[in-house]
Design a protein around this ligand. Structure first.
Ligand code: SAH
Length: 279
């Protein structure tokens, strides 16, 4: 009888459960250090291939730093204070060690709610803006998301708290190289980084359910609209280098109709073009 069998197996199942919890606890403790051992986490593709258990799946991308947790808590309180109440986003912000993404001489200020220089005239965005743009994407673990402007890869790391399918493009080669090394060192092995002009998106991996642009474009790049999936969402600052920029939400519905909405005034570094000379 299936019922009897189930009853007899119960103590064994309980022991297995306790053992599993103990192992999970050990893994959590080990990965909480500064240089998590990547071998302790399941490979990304394996987790992605088994989407039945969201909790188990969430483990793939959650290297945890216990350093400066209090500072992060303070940063998260500040973001909450601005009215952002999305607990998943706040938790993601609590999870990613921002101090690991800024240059050595900026580390003390890493948890202030302000943008910081990351070299080559670029900046890591203000934490509130990272949180708000992440929230607007409405990601789930199945979402495929493209970021234009990898920079330090902090935003990309925050995205991995929601989905293992993160693609990011950076036009400044040394930044792309440094970002790749940093993510590897910290254990964020699901993110795919490409050095190139993000104006053209990443057609090989399109369509994307979410597109996040972290530099300001003069207009919404048509290739990005094209690469947005039906029911996809794109967050992009639009406006010239010296003009007021608007953070736009661009949506594509099931039929492919595109709508855009101006959300707020913002200030981002400009989206650079490979075929346009820089001053
Ligand atoms: N998201 C980043 C912030 C990046 S600042 C972070 O979390 O740190 C904007 C970045 O966009 C810069 O690194 C800049 O080099 C990059 N960028 C500018 N124009 C680009 C383009 N056309 N394609 C890809 N990246 C671009």
């Amino acid at each position: 009888m299936p019922r009897t069998t189930g009853y007899r197996l119960a103590p064994t199942a309980l022991v297995t459960l306790i053992l599993a919890a103990a192992v999970a606890g050990l893994i959590w403790l080990r990965t909480g250090g500064e240089t998590p051992d990547p071998s302790l986490r399941p490979p990304a593709e394996t987790s992605a291939a088994a989407p039945a258990q969201p909790e188990a799946q969430a483990q793939w991308t959650h290297p945890r730093s216990r350093e400066r947790r209090e500072d992060r808590r303070h940063m998260v309180d500040t973001i909450r204070g601005y009215g952002l109440q999305d607990e998943a986003v706040l938790q993601a912000m609590q999870g990613v060690p921002r101090h690991e993404f800024v240059p050595e001489d900026q580390r003390l200020r890493a948890y202030a709610d302000s943008p910081l220089p990351i070299g080559y005239g670029q900046t890591i965005s203000q934490p509130y803006m990272v949180a708000e743009m992440t929230r607007l994407l409405e990601l789930d673990p199945e979402s495929k998301v493209l970021e234009v402007g990898t920079g330090s890869a902090y935003q990309a790391a925050v995205l991995t708290e929601f989905t293992p399918h993160v693609y990011t493009v950076e036009i400044i080669e040394p930044l792309a190289t440094a970002a790749r090394k940093r993510l590897k060192r910290l254990g964020y092995d699901t993110v795919r980084i490409r050095h190139g002009d993000g104006y053209y998106g990443w057609p090989q991996h399109a369509p994307f359910d979410g597109i996040i642009v972290t530099c300001a474009a003069g207009q919404i790049p048509p290739p990005l609209i094209e690469q947005l999936a039906p029911e996809g969402r794109m967050i992009i600052p639009v406006g010239g280098r010296f003009a007021v920029q608007s953070l736009m939400l661009v949506t594509k519905d099931r039929e492919g109709t595109v709508r855009s909405r101006n959300l707020m005034s913002v200030r981002f570094v400009p989206l650079r073009r490979t075929d346009v000379s820089e001053d």
